[in-house]
Design a protein around this ligand. Structure first.
Ligand code: V47
Length: 360
């Protein structure tokens, strides 16, 4: 190992926090296998040989969106091309209910910023699902959606979150974080929550006892400095107001987007990003290798680079597939178990809040 890598190793083994410079070094000059070994060691401290997964159904209520982020292939105009759709409350309920027999433990609801639907529509859907299926956890609405609900309803962020919690919202997914650089946000997604607003929604959620996830969209026009800065802002928020359960790095999938000239991230970049997030985010327990975006082969290798979660069986996903994710839209539990076992780890089914349901 190089001298700098040995210094970083020393810090990690002694639970000393990595600095911005350490993070930059790991990206720019760190040896990939050394990095993997450190991240794997760190992951063992948190999760041992367990690799978590859950059985969930993604529900994307609508693709009609006023934000139209440049990196997104899912959102469309109300009367435009691309098959605009909107589920009614009944349709959303039926869509969720149809997956209950698969043994799902979570509804994962992420949508678009619809121009006309009132906040009550979202409240009604959460209420209906929760009243009928009280044992199925509802993880719903990114911070960007929550911020938008506050704008369209005139309620404060705290009031929006409290109203959703009161009817059954269990936790929040981590989407919409993109990268915390507002110059980049102005270029890619100017019509939605900026960095501070995204962080503020999560801060309030944590204060209300709502656990959340966090993400980073990488591999577009951001720099390595932006990525490290993103990790540090997440880490600071977790220090101040804890509540993040998992971090999910999302490699940008360019197909069918306005940024389709950008190439897909490399396997090396994906593995480095997983490993460096494990090392920099020393106060967030779980790092997810989201197989839908990474593809199953890289997701499997990511388990040796610090990831301890492979997300869920999903059943049917639309956002990433609109952007050309080469994976299937869902995967069976048996396939996830086999994949994890093959890499030498213990497949551990969890609920949304990381309570172990069963190890296989
Ligand atoms: O916010 C959109 C990203 C997110 C593209 O919390 C894209 O457990 C890559 O939040 N290429 C939505 N990424 C998905 C999301 C999520 C997914 C899985 C698990 C969890 C969790 C959260 O997807 C968006 C945006 O950042 N996204 N378009 C694209 N072309």
């Amino acid at each position: 190992m190089e001298k700098k890598m040995l210094e970083i190793q020393e810090k990690i083994k002694n639970n000393i926090r990595l600095s911005r410079e350490d993070g930059l070094y790991l990206y720019n000059s760190g040896d990939l296998l050394d990095l993997g070994e450190l991240a794997r060691w760190k992951k063992f401290q948190v999760s041992g040989r367990n690799v978590f997964f859950n059985v969930n159904r993604h529900i994307n209520l609508t693709n009609i969106c006023v934000s139209r982020c440049k990196f997104c292939a899912f959102g469309v105009d109300e009367n435009g091309k691309g098959g605009p759709y909107l589920m009614s409350v009944d349709e959303a309920f039926d869509y969720g209910a149809a997956a209950v027999d698969y043994g799902i433990t979570e509804f994962h609801i992420v949508s678009a910023l619809h121009p006309h639907m009132p906040f009550d529509y979202y409240v009604d859907i959460v209420r209906r699902l929760h009243e009928t299926f009280p044992d199925i956890h509802i993880q719903a609405f990114t911070a960007v959606e929550i911020f938008y609900f506050s704008q369209i309803s005139g309620l404060s962020i705290r009031e929006v979150l409290s109203a959703l919690k009161a009817v059954g919202l269990g936790s929040m997914p981590g989407g919409g974080a993109e990268v915390f650089n507002d110059d980049i946000r102005q270029k890619l997604c100017p019509r939605k929550a900026m960095s501070d607003e995204w962080l503020e929604v999560h801060r309030i959620a944590h204060e209300l006892g709502i656990k959340t996830n966090c993400t980073m969209l990488y591999g577009h026009i951001e720099t390595i400095e932006d990525r490290i800065n993103h990790f540090i802002r997440l880490r600071n928020l977790e220090d101040e107001t804890p509540g993040f359960q998992a971090f999910i790095p999302l490699p940008f999938l360019p197909e069918n987007t306005s940024l389709s000239h950008i190439s897909r991230t490399s396997a090396i970049d994906d593995l480095k990003t997983i490993a460096i997030s494990r090392l920099m985010l020393d106060n967030i327990d779980h790092i997810k290798a989201f197989w839908i975006m990474l593809g199953l082969p890289i997701a499997q290798i990511a388990l040796d680079f610090g990831a301890d979660d492979i997300d869920g069986t999903v059943v049917e996903e639309r956002i990433m597939h609109a952007a050309g994710a080469p994976t299937e839209k869902g995967i069976s539990k048996e396939k996830i178990i086999k994949l994890i076992k093959e890499s030498g780890y213990i497949p551990t089914e969890r609920d949304t809040l990381y309570k172990v349901i069963r190890a296989y």
